[in-house]
Design a protein around this ligand. Structure first.
Ligand code: HEC
Length: 170
């Protein structure tokens, strides 16, 4: 009797655990779209035109040691001749900014992404959709949260349309 009870408890725990775990197959909608767009580097321009790994800044909200940031064609129109974001920029519709978070220079971990899409149900007041997706496609934080854990930090003094690369990487 006791043994069966324990088995039942164990089975329940396994079921609950699996239900909570985000699986790549469960990545749907705008999270999936953001992941698919971020996976390729084709058509992107790197911050300061360099794909070199940057050491994480003092202001980073993430544990990974290395980052690289890139801009899709729409977003790259806002970069100046040195590959930095022009001051006063408001990124145009369709802009996609992808920050790659790497644990080591050979171990990629996660994408942190900002997508300009006015009218999206997931967009915040600045029309940014905030994506946070693991290397395997599972969701670290869903876009439907509207960047709840991102925007406070990204609104700090010196941001440009809520972006922070210029402030931390001169
Ligand atoms: C505690 C502060 C902090 C939090 C929280 C934070 N970020 Fe950032 N983020 C930064 C800083 C600082 C940079 C500049 C690059 C760096 O130092 O990593 C940055 C850069 C970025 C960039 C590159 C574009 C740019 O110039 O800002 C993206 C995209 C991004 N973050 C997405 C996110 C997302 C998505 C979340 C939430 C899931 C998030 N960030 C949470 C501090 C933060």
């Amino acid at each position: 009797m006791k043994k069966h009870f324990l088995i039942a408890v164990f089975a329940s725990i396994v079921i609950v655990f699996n239900a909570c775990k985000s699986d790549p197959e469960d990545t749907v909608g705008i999270d999936k779209e953001i992941y698919d767009m971020s996976k390729t580097t084709t058509g992107f321009t790197w911050y300061k035109f360099s794909s070199a790994f940057l050491n994480k800044s003092s202001g980073t909200g993430h544990s990974q040691d290395f980052i690289r940031t890139r801009y899709n064609a729409a977003a790259a129109t806002m970069l100046d001749s040195t590959g930095k974001v022009r001051s006063g920029t408001v990124f145009p519709e369709g802009s996609l900014v992808v920050k790659e978070l790497h644990e080591t220079t050979s171990k990629f971990s996660r994408y942190a992404v900002m997508l300009k899409r006015s009218g999206a149900a997931e967009a915040d007041a600045s029309n940014w959709v905030w994506g946070y997706i693991n290397a395997d496609g599972s969701v670290a934080e869903p876009a439907k949260n509207k960047g709840a854990s991102c925007r406070g930090c990204h609104s700090q003094e010196g941001h440009i349309d809520l972006t922070l690369m210029n402030k931390y990487f001169e």
